[in-house]
Design a protein around this ligand. Structure first.
Ligand code: HAM
Length: 371
């Protein structure tokens, strides 16, 4: 819970104490304990959709009230809850969700577009304090060279220094000890198995040793999916990780778990940015049938090309050639003219609007030419 004294607005008013919910994972684990879900012996897969509240400085994609779609997989160790397979399963499901929503994957040639999965292992409950101690020790020598925010973080929560975006401090931060060097053998093997399962499912990822994330309950795998399109600096579309000790921390039985929360507002901003881009993008081709007799052949050609993954619009045989050209130039990159001769010969007249070139192309070569 998030509790603070709100500022009094007038001298006569009293300050109010406010408590708001910043996230749901701890609440879900509390419910797991309260309802004794562990006694079933089964793996629990729980979800939530709803508002969360954080006292952060608002900007595009960062609000004081925002919405999350989250899920948690939790259960006794005997249910398989601690298995690295669970981590990979959750990540594979999220990758599939983003694919199916039509959000592109970032590629090597263009990492500034599409989604990107970044992950790390922050180790077990015993690895982490050893690492934090090493980090404090290293920071003690360099923190005076860092920005004010990082000087404060070095004292209060040294892990947060790793999240810093301060340009001038990056070199110093990159030289700090890495958590990977403080993982015990079990944590190392757990993480290696998560990565191997992701490889087996062809889910692309980048390991970022600086991804520690802000919440204190994380152990082992932590992850974020980011997108550059539409979100500006608040580019984390969703985040999550494993929290093997959380249940015990709040008085419950041992119940390892892993989960995620999608920022619903950010998901919508991303989809809107994609839709605008798609609407502005021209179609691959416009098919102009020359006379109503060619309408059926035009539709058959459209079907053939759409099946090849091309975006096609079909005109109508009643349109005059001038009108077809005008419409085609507005909506598509090329026009395909389909008259009686073209249907008979299988050679279609194609005009590319960008180059102005017009040529006859064999029907079977159309997909490659239009792409
Ligand atoms: P989180 O990274 O703090 O994780 O938040 C998850 C997502 O919520 C972020 O990636 C972002 O998309 C969205 N989000 C966070 N803060 C804001 C904000 N102020 N405005 C708009 N969107 C925001 C958690 O909350 C963990 N409970 C996730 C989790 C589940 N870990 C394990 N299980």
């Amino acid at each position: 819970m998030y509790t603070w004294e709100d500022r009094a607005r007038a001298a006569s008013e009293k300050a109010q104490s406010l408590t708001l919910r910043p996230e749901n994972t701890a609440g879900v684990v509390r419910a797991y304990i309260e309802h004794k879900l562990g006694d079933t012996g089964h793996l629990q897969k729980l979800y939530y959709i709803g508002p969360q509240f954080r006292r952060e400085r608002p900007q595009k994609g960062r609000y004081r009230q925002f919405f999350q779609i989250g899920a948690e997989v939790i259960g006794p160790v005997t249910s398989g809850s601690e298995s690295p397979l669970r981590d990979a399963e959750v990540l594979e499901m999220l990758a599939t969700l983003l694919d199916e929503l039509g959000i592109e994957r970032a590629s090597e040639s263009n990492e500034f577009r599409g989604w990107k999965l970044t992950l790390n292992s922050v180790g077990s409950a015993t690895d982490r304090p050893r690492y934090v101690a090493a980090l404090r020790e290293a920071l003690a020598h360099v923190k005076h060279l860092m920005c004010e925010d990082n000087q404060r973080r070095a004292e209060t929560n040294p892990l947060r220094v790793l999240d810093s975006k301060d340009e001038a401090d990056q070199e110093l931060i990159n030289a700090l000890p890495k958590i990977a060097d403080y993982l015990d053998d079990d944590s190392k093997s757990h993480f290696a198995q998560v990565l191997a399962a992701l490889d087996a499912c062809s889910v692309p990822y980048t390991v970022n040793p600086r991804l520690v994330r802000g919440l204190d309950y994380y152990t082992r795998t932590t992850f974020e999916f980011t997108v550059e399109t539409g979100l500006g600096t608040q580019n984390a579309l969703l985040g999550g990780g494993r929290y093997d000790g959380l249940s015990e921390m709040i008085g419950g039985p041992k119940a390892p778990g892993i989960g995620f929360a999608i920022g619903e507002d950010r998901l919508i901003l991303t989809l809107q940015a994609q839709t605008t881009e798609a609407a502005e993008k021209k179609l691959d081709a416009y098919i102009a049938p020359m006379g109503v007799e060619q309408n059926a052949a035009a539709l058959a050609l459209a079907r053939e090309l759409r099946r090849e993954g091309l975006s096609i619009e079909v005109g109508d045989g009643t349109f005059r050639l001038k009108k077809s050209f005008e419409v085609a130039d507005r909506v598509a990159r090329s026009i395909l003219i389909l008259g009686e001769n073209e249907v008979a010969s299988g050679e279609i007249t194609v005009k590319n609007f960008a180059t102005g070139e017009q040529e006859k192309i064999a029907r079977s070569d159309l997909p490659s030419t239009l792409r």
